[in-house]
Design a protein around this ligand. Structure first.
Ligand code: EPS
Length: 367
């Protein structure tokens, strides 16, 4: 009803606001015996956290997770796992100026339309801060799919504004390539094509100095997925991936495989031809992005999400007040000039959660 839960067998429920005391996730359905510590959660939380480079919001949060339940002596018990990440660096005064104004492109107006009232501090529940909770849950999902079938989820940035990366073999991209440059320094834009990545950084710096923002595209790839995950009709795994990714803030488009490119092709050009590798059925190409009929084919899953430019801008823009008077708005505070670098761990988490859920559903039928 209230839209705070996602998944059927691997089910997450989040609570929390950007300027409240913290964000919480409750993860249901994790089988007993999975090794899990707070340190395990920290890697992806660190990749997501604000303040990680000049390309992101300068809000400083350590994002240290506290596991409140469901883990005993370093392994999951099979009961619900609650994780809390506290907020420590809220600056709610930044929002007092715009309390009665609607930020263009933000959810301020639609939250008022829905509830007649909103927590205006930092966007409340519509803030990307909520994704802290999902990323923590995503670590558990990643562990589960790695243990169950060797599934590995790797996301990266493939476009910022007009700058496009060349990534000829998405399934070969490693997290190390995404996180580090060849000299060992952090790859702050998370693009595995380092020449394009530098151009992306230059563009983000340019829009940042201009108090503006820029959009882009992230690609998320999953290797090791067996054929057969997903269900017909409404529970197609592609439909669940779409919902998972669209539920993240600022996502305006989702496609997989050849995506919208399929519109230009004939069937004979688009079909991936089957072949047999020592009796294992596979396809010569992967335009289908690892899913046919909403069920995994065993080929790598390749998804893309288009992310809009951050709507909160210091650059003045015309808008209206909550009572409809024309005015001007300039958002104070600390905002991402481009959401893409921090989107990568968020997108990976949601994709891993869908796979963990469908794996458990598959097991339920298999047993
Ligand atoms: C966000 C606005 C900014 C970002 C925030 C996402 O926060 P604040 O409420 O402090 O102005 O810093 O990102 C995070 C704090 C985070 O952890 O991701 C927004 O409107 O979505």
């Amino acid at each position: 009803m209230s839209g705070n839960s996602f998944g059927q067998f691997f089910r997450i429920t989040t609570a929390g606001e950007s300027h409240g005391p913290g964000n919480v996730v409750i993860v249901d359905g994790v089988p007993p015996g999975l090794p899990l510590t707070a340190e395990d959660l920290m890697g992806d939380l660190e990749r997501r956290r604000p303040g990680q480079s000049r390309l992101t919001t300068q809000r400083k949060e350590a994002d240290l997770p506290e596991i409140l339940s469901g883990v005993f002596e370093g392994v999951t018990t099979g009961t619900s796992i609650a994780i809390l990440v506290r907020n420590t660096d809220q600056r709610s005064r930044d929002y007092s100026d715009i309390k009665d104004k609607y930020r263009p492109g933000h959810a301020d107006y639609t939250y008022d339309a829905r509830y007649g009232f909103r927590d205006y501090r930092g966007g409340g529940r519509s803030s990307a801060r909520e994704t802290t909770a999902r990323v923590a849950a995503g670590v558990i999902a990643k562990k589960l799919i790695a243990q169950a079938f060797g599934g590995i989820v790797t996301g990266y940035v493939c476009q910022v504004g007009p700058v496009k990366a060349s990534v000829p073999a998405p399934e070969a991209v490693t997290q190390e390539q995404v996180e580090q440059l060849p000299d060992g320094s952090p790859n702050i834009v998370r693009c595995p094509d380092y020449d394009a990545g530098q151009k992306m950084i230059d563009l983000i710096d340019e829009v940042r100095k201009d108090t503006d923002s820029i959009g882009g595209v992230s690609e998320i790839v999953v290797t090791g997925v067996p054929a057969g995950l997903g269900a017909p009709v409404f529970d197609k795994i592609k439909a669940d991936f779409a919902k998972a990714l669209f539920s993240l803030p600022a996502v305006l488009g989702v496609e997989y495989g050849i995506g919208f490119g399929c519109a230009e092709l004939r069937g004979s050009e688009n079909n991936d031809i089957f072949k047999s590798d020592d009796g294992n059925i596979t396809t010569q190409t992967n335009r289908h992005g690892g899913m046919l009929g909403g069920i995994t084919s065993g080929l790598p899953i390749v998804l893309r999400a288009a992310i809009k430019p951050t709507s909160s801008l210091a650059k003045p823009q015309p808008t209206v007040t909550t009572s409809g008077e024309l005015t001007e708005i300039s958002t104070k505070g600390r905002h991402d000039p481009c959401l893409l670098p921090r989107f990568v761990p968020m997108g990976e988490a949601m994709v891993a959660i869908v796979l963990a859920d469908h794996w458990l559903r598959y097991q339920a039928i298999a047993d």
